[in-house]
Write a protein that binds this ligand. Structure first.
Ligand SMILES: Nc1ncnc2c1ncn2[C@@H]1O[C@H](COP(=O)(O)OP(=O)(O)O)[C@@H](O)[C@H]1O
Ligand SMILES: [Mg+2]
Length: 220
């Protein structure tokens, strides 16, 4: 059963007289429990699509629905509520609140989803190998530690749909391995994951690959 449907998405950007058609009629569906890789070169529209799928941005045409409930062209309040209930969103940076400790970042994510669980915070920190950093603030962490903390934060509430924008772009091999393990665990528990990448190696971990090029899906 589809947990997310996107139908004929268009998104245009204008800078001066120049128009970029970042999405040109993109349709896709995600089923419960599948891991899907969105593969395309830089500039192909991956981030634009992710922003539209999660309601962080509004498409200029087309619509997105979550479990048959429309997300597109709803008030920001409705979109925020749907987003909180549905998505874990892992962007290329800025996944942590700088003024909260790592533990509080994880806890806050769970609170938004109504799933507060202090024991899980500690076990997640251990799972990603940064137990000693729980009480630290993001600006004091190394790049690798920030990536691990971001990963723990985004999976904390077991969001029904996790969407990750190039999650392995800047991480070391060990963190990449962790990422795969966490995604595998999600699959086993029937949760959906969509990850964008320009690397075919990462895509091999997915059940299905969607290729995007110049704002169009190639083979869906
Ligand atoms: N805010 C924006 N303003 C203008 N052009 C943009 C904006 N965001 C993306 N684009 C353009 O849209 C196209 C798709 O970009 P993007 O979705 O970031 O691709 P990807 O994530 O695959 O690298 C690119 O040509 C990019 O320059
Ligand atoms: Mg991008």
């Amino acid at each position: 059963m589809a947990v997310l449907d996107a139908v004929e998405l268009y998104r245009f950007f204008h800078i001066g007289d120049d128009e970029t058609a970042a999405l040109r009629g993109v349709s896709l569906s995600l089923d419960a429990g599948e891991t899907v890789a969105l593969v395309g070169p830089s500039g192909s529209g991956k981030s634009t699509l992710i922003n539209c799928l999660t309601g962080l941005d509004e498409p200029d045409g087309g619509w997105v629905s979550i479990n048959k409930e429309r997300l597109t062209r709803r008030s920001e309040t409705v979109r925020a509520r749907l987003r909180a209930r549905t998505f874990g969103i892992m962007l290329q940076s800025g996944n942590l609140f700088q003024h909260l400790t790592i533990e509080d970042n994880i806890m806050f994510q769970m609170q938004i989803a109504g799933k507060t669980d202090a024991k899980r915070v500690l076990s997640l920190l251990e799972a990603v190998g940064i137990s000693h950093r729980g009480k630290s603030y993001p600006p004091t962490l190394s790049g690798g530690e920030i990536a691990r903390a971001g990963l723990a934060t985004v999976v904390a509430a077991d969001p029904p749909i996790l969407i990750a924008d190039e999650p392995t772009a800047e991480v070391d091999a060990q963190t990449e391995e962790l990422l795969f393990e966490l995604f595998e665990h999600r699959k086993r528990t029937g949760l959906t994951t969509l990850l964008s990448t320009h690397s075919n190696a990462l895509a091999l971990h997915a059940d299905r690959i969607i290729h995007i090029r110049d704002g169009r899906i190639l083979d869906a």
